[in-house]
Design a binder for this molecule. Sequence first.
Ligand code: CP3
Length: 379
Amino acid sequence: MILSPLHPLSAGLTGDSRLVRAYRGERADTAPVWFMRQAGRSLPEYRDLRVGTRMLDACLDPAMASEITLQPVRRHKVDAGIFFSDIVVPLKLVGVDVEIQPGRGPVFGRGYADAAGVAELTAIDPARLDEASAPITEAVQRTIAELNRTDNGSGTATPLIGFAGAPFTLAAYLAEGGPSKDHLAARTLMHADPGAWRALMEWTAELTGRFLRTQVLAGASAAQLFDSWAGALSLADYETHVAPASATALSHVHGLEYETTDAAGAAVTRAVPVVHFGVGTGELLGAMHAIGVDAVGVDYRVPLDVAAARIGDGVPLQGNLDPALLAAPWPVLEAAVRDVLRRGRAAPAHVFNLGHGVPPETDPAVLTRVVELVHEAGA
Ligand code: CP3
């Protein structure tokens, strides 16, 4: 399907941004930079706005979600906004009993760790999400109205990244009924009842894929699939029990294309770029690329040159400064940023990011300084 002519990619606003160019493997004047969890508790303006509003209520308030998305773009001059939402928002929108507890994460009214629980959950039609998605569409539209007027150095509008949780990471919360360290309930169900597991993964893939598609249709210029907890799996389990569902989720955005011209002026049709990220997934990097993505996000445990060698030639990488270094003395942090940039040159293109989210106690001035350093360092 061809995106609307008003979409920032179709309208020629973001297709040549540093970010979108990097995701298609091209180097620009400098590496683009954004941070996972750039919106959130590290920003005083976020903490002020959130007073008295629960996390999921903030996600479903289009004006608030849009404003929170824009805060780090204005403050840090990053090369992309990431939509302020949460991986459990699509579950909430179809009526699943879930809340986000501060300092803890998503907590469900119950766990879905057996066939009966899975049957109850999967009785909900994932297509219901499309009718409930108006607040998401409105929040994205409000956000791109400002991003389309914001040039943070690319010489183009600033792109918005849409995101969704991968089926395994969502299932890790659903099976357990909340956060867990080892995701044992999900890993047990996968082997104890492969049929129920498949049903859970297929349902989750449909739901989260629709959530991602909604954001892209509304104006996001790239999509990131977060499989945060896939690092708990062996490569064999990942490939057999998880990767097919992640591919199904992405099938909802793979067909979304825009028409533009290439560097030589010839007409081309391009797909919306997709990034795949997980934590502790050093063993899975090749398999995470193989499901059909444009770029791979790498956590801080695997240096980018090592990741490039593992995945194979020609794959743009995103990452991977250890978030712990944001609290280190500047000379230490500066050296680490330069090291990440140097190793990133092993890939055809590199999007600078952290190896996981911004810690809430981070001094935001440090993040701004990292953005300046990445931009000054050049390609
Ligand atoms: O700036 C951004 O990166 C965009 C916003 C974003 C949030 N959640 C906002 C949020 C994104 C991309 C997510 C995804 C998400 N949510 C993931 C995948 C990314 C990752 O970090 O691995 C996961 C695993 C979740 C589930 C979740 N939601 C957790 C673990 C938490 C943290 C709980 C806590 O309080 O420490 C949340 C809540 C959450 N999501 C917050 C934010 C800003 C904090 C809520 C608050 O400010 O009160």
